[in-house]
Design a protein around this ligand. Sequence first.
Ligand SMILES: [Mg+2]
Length: 333
Amino acid sequence: MPIDYLDKFKGSLLGVAIGDTLGHPFEGMLRDAIKSNFTNFEDFIINNRRLFNTFTDDTQLTLHTAQALIQGGGFNLHNFIEEYVKWLDDPPIGAGYGCITAARKLKYRIPWKEAASNSGGNGTTMRIAPIGLLYNKDIKALKSAAIKSSIITHSHPAASAGAVVIARAIAYLIDKAPKSGFSIDQFFDVVISSISNSHDEIWEEFCEILGKLRSSLDLPIEAGLIKFSQSGVKSPYFIEQYLGKAFVHPYTISTVVCAIFIFLKKINSFKDCIYELATAGGDSDTVGAIGGGLAGAYFGMKNIPDDLIKTVKNYKRILKISEKLFEIFKDRY
Ligand SMILES: [Mg+2]
């Protein structure tokens, strides 16, 4: 059966928003502490609706990224800067350091090269889904747009590498369907090759860590999160107190690797997948958003339960934005 790309666009952007919404109350908590609140997460959501009443910066910036692509008919630096500045009026919810400091400088017309922070945080990867969707048939353009969209706010190489990895993963998954599945080996080949041979130390390290993840998929989720929660993090940015615990660090490499790990461990159901992502521990909302974008691109909206979609604030607006982004895709490819 041919792929319903519009359904995949909607699924991926909703996936970001659902993961973000469900993970938001658990941002900054250890996985153990999160899990101690419930035995059944689904019941917990039903009984605590008010905890899950909003998404955060991850979804806000993902929607601004989509709007920038829609307005520019593809990547256009001017539209991106304008949209990330507009985000300041949303106003930002739970904003990360890298994005907010850069957006404030961009607002005062400081050139992006000076405005960008040197943060290696996950703030550029969490907003990348629209680029993976729009450019899924043109990987060269995908990589270029992912990097350019990232360096506007984050000059650290980990941030641009993460953006490329997740955009590429979404482009891969959009052509797969839960009925037929996909090859995990091929997934890793595609994702790792998107950032290999770069001659950049951090990008090379990212490839190595993805290689380690590839050979660690037998680990249970808890053990895998303990192993990868702070991968790639360098001194003095470690959270020493949480070393050896499941608490995903907001550094791009650790967040991306943990999100991919959980997604691949829970590949059989969107619901199971998003529940594990949003309760990962540490930067739970962003693990939810990044992994949710992957899961949504794979499952499509038709495989996302209605009650989860309705958990998202203004979900109808997200559907409209998905449709507009799809129009650009359809005109181009
Ligand atoms: Mg957030």
